[in-house]
Design a protein around this ligand. Structure first.
Ligand SMILES: Nc1ncnc2c1ncn2[C@@H]1O[C@H](COP(=O)(O)OP(=O)(O)OP(=O)(O)O)[C@@H](O)[C@H]1O
Ligand SMILES: [Mg+2]
Length: 301
């Protein structure tokens, strides 16, 4: 039987991207890029979001691909409502992937590759879906369409990436692992079809403040404290940490925030119970309790 530390380290590594998954992501990116470039004037495209920052969890889905439109497209799209560019990206992608695989979202178009997830949350190293994000350059920043507000939204993925990197370093390089673990908890089907925290980017944004004081050396204490701190602060307003976009906490109304708080408090309590089992020397029971909290990728033995 693994020690608790070994189990957490294995869990952490199961939530990391491996080489085969990265290869598949690159293939999908290349394929989507070629199609989008055949339909729009694009100046640059790159993988971004939590995938690029290594804060993406498993199963591997919704990898963000940023498409920076050329200036020649500005009149046609940037001066219009955000829905126009998303509508056109949507129909271009439907032409290649079919209407059942393509879905319009608030700031992107999702393309689903029809990959099946098994009961251990494995996907045979394949990416489930990508989020295609049209963008315009705005100096060193970007503007992306946001149909939730009907406005174009400023964003800067490079700043978010730097902030995550700094937080990770300040936390003995354990910060991203902890973020992936709690995002994995957030995705667990036991919560029903609505995730406790939405968007899951909010977990990462909150982690910049909720994980503080430095790594203390034990995953169980860190995770319990993280859940508890998230519960305490989930109802607050959380602006874009780069100071550009709309508040990240706008993804939930008061009712949904109250629900998230209850679920986070529950997770914090369950974590305390698991810690108690370890204290009593019941390692096997503690492992089971953590698997109960997180789900199938937490090793049971
Ligand atoms: N409110 C916002 N303001 C500015 N930029 C944002 C905002 N929300 C998201 N972003 C940027 O867009 C990226 C993609 O958004 P998304 O919701 O997919 O989050 P994510 O970090 O990729 O998390 P997930 O793992 O859920 O995909 C974010 O990583 C962030 O850089
Ligand atoms: Mg994303």
């Amino acid at each position: 039987m693994p020690t608790l530390d070994e189990a957490f380290r294995k869990f952490k590594s199961r939530l990391e991207l491996n080489e085969r998954e990265q290869k598949n992501a690159i293939n999908r990116h290349t394929e989507v890029r070629e199609h989008v470039r055949s339909r729009f004037a694009i100046s640059r495209d790159f993988l971004t979001g939590s995938y690029a920052r290594h804060t993406k969890t498993k199963p591997l889905k919704d990898i963000d691909i940023f498409f920076v439109l050329a200036e020649s497209e500005r009149k046609k799209y940037r001066d219009k409502a955000p829905s126009e560019v998303l509508d056109d990206f949507h129909s271009a992608l439907v032409d290649k992937y079919g209407k059942d695989a393509v879905r319009k979202q608030g700031r992107s178009v999702n393309v689903d590759f029809g990959v099946v997830v098994d009961s251990d949350d494995n996907t045979d190293y394949r990416v489930l879906s990508v989020d295609v994000v049209p963008a315009f350059a705005d100096g060193t920043n970007y503007e992306i369409p946001n149909t939730d507000t009907g406005k174009w939204m400023k964003t800067n993925p490079e700043i978010h990436a730097q902030q995550a990197k700094d937080a990770h370093q300040a936390y003995s390089n354990e910060w991203k692992g902890l973020v992936r673990m709690v995002k994995y908890w957030n995705n667990n089907a036991k919560h029903g079809k609505d995730k406790p925290v939405k968007p899951s980017f909010l977990i990462e944004v909150m982690a910049m403040q909720c994980l503080h004081g430095g790594w203390q050396g034990r995953f169980d204490y860190e995770i319990q404290g993280f859940f508890s701190s998230l519960a305490d602060h989930i109802e607050h307003d959380w602006p874009d940490p780069a100071g550009m976009g709309s508040p990240v906490s706008d993804g939930m109304d008061a009712r949904r925030k109250a629900r998230a708080k209850v679920l986070l408090q529950g997770a914090s309590r369950e974590a305390s119970n698991a810690i108690h089992l370890s204290r009593k020397g019941q390692n096997g029971e503690a492992l089971k309790a953590w698997r109960q909290i997180f789900g199938t990728k937490f090793p049971s033995s």
